[in-house]
Design a protein around this ligand. Structure first.
Ligand SMILES: Nc1ncnc2c1ncn2[C@@H]1O[C@H](COP(=O)(O)OP(=O)(O)OP(=O)(O)O)[C@@H](O)[C@H]1O
Ligand SMILES: [Mg+2]
Length: 251
């Protein structure tokens, strides 16, 4: 495998002493889509949240093991080598249901950009436009940037959340069931978008859809009860019935 962008070694996470991820070793290469699939409660969201250290925001969480991510050509330990705010910029996250701020579309993008003190006001506006274009939302919102983000459709809100992550120039996108709350058409639009975005980013996503995994994943990671059961590469995902068989066994 090429040099990984995310590398996890013996990662375990517990909440109030109950283990929910147990000894995960995983390497994720760049410019690809890796999708985690597994039953409800198997630890998928927890695994994503480990990468940007979001688990520790919850009471009762303890974790062990190491995660490195590639930043500017070197592997950085997410605990020892990276400031939390930098880590959260480098590893942007989009949640299952779009969590837009109850502010204008414009402010949804500009507010997080304020943390980047080196950017001038006009540079922040440029970033906003660029991120909305990258998330393929610009044409739909350019004439209504001062409308509330809550007036957007579910699919548009999800693309706004993606734009918000993209505006901070991430290296990694952590996407927790990004199409789960969307209709078939909006979901297809996001899938096509992710296929383009992987040219520039490393995508680690969670999905419940076998169809989606087969359609867009370069690699599937199967989790069950906090353990990594199997990793399937693209070639194996194309083998008829292989993924379906494993999923039938586990679910
Ligand atoms: N903040 C928390 N406090 C206590 N337990 C938690 C917390 N977050 C997750 N857990 C527990 O960890 C386990 C894994 O949860 P997680 O959300 O990672 O599952 P999941 O695979 O994403 O499930 P789903 O498909 O339903 O989203 C579950 O048993 C859950 O109850
Ligand atoms: Mg989840």
């Amino acid at each position: 495998m090429q040099t990984p962008v995310i590398s996890m070694a013996n990662l375990s996470v517990a909440f109030f002493g109950r283990t929910v991820l147990n000894g995960i070793d995983l390497e994720i290469p760049g410019n690809s889509i890796t999708i985690i699939i597994g039953p409800s409660g198997s630890g998928k969201t927890t695994l994503l949240r480990a990468v940007n250290r979001l688990n520790e925001e919850f009471a009762g969480c303890s974790s062990s093991g190491t995660i490195w991510i590639e930043v500017s050509g070197t592997m950085a330990d997410i605990y020892a080598d990276l400031h939390l705010s930098k880590l959260r910029r480098v590893a942007g996250m989009v949640f299952q249901s779009p969590n837009v701020f109850p502010l204008s579309i414009r402010k949804n993008l500009l507010a997080p950009l304020k943390v980047m003190h080196s950017l001038s006001r006009s540079q922040r506006h440029e970033r906003m436009e660029q991120a909305l274009k990258e998330a393929e939302l610009w044409d739909e919102v350019r004439d209504r940037l001062d409308d509330s983000a809550l007036t957007l459709s579910g699919g548009q809100q999800q693309r706004l959340c993606l734009a918000r992550a993209l505006a901070l120039s991430p290296r990694i996108l952590l996407l927790d069931e990004p199409t789960a709350s969307l209709d078939v058409r909006s979901a297809a639009k996001i899938e096509e978008l992710l296929m383009k975005l992987k040219e520039r980013y490393t995508i680690l996503a969670v999905s419940h859809s076998i169809r989606q995994v087969k359609h867009i994943a370069d690699r599937a990671v199967i989790l069950s009860a906090g353990q990594m059961i199997k990793t399937l590469e693209r070639r194996e995902l194309e083998t008829p019935g292989l993924l379906e068989g494993l999923v039938d066994e586990i679910f």
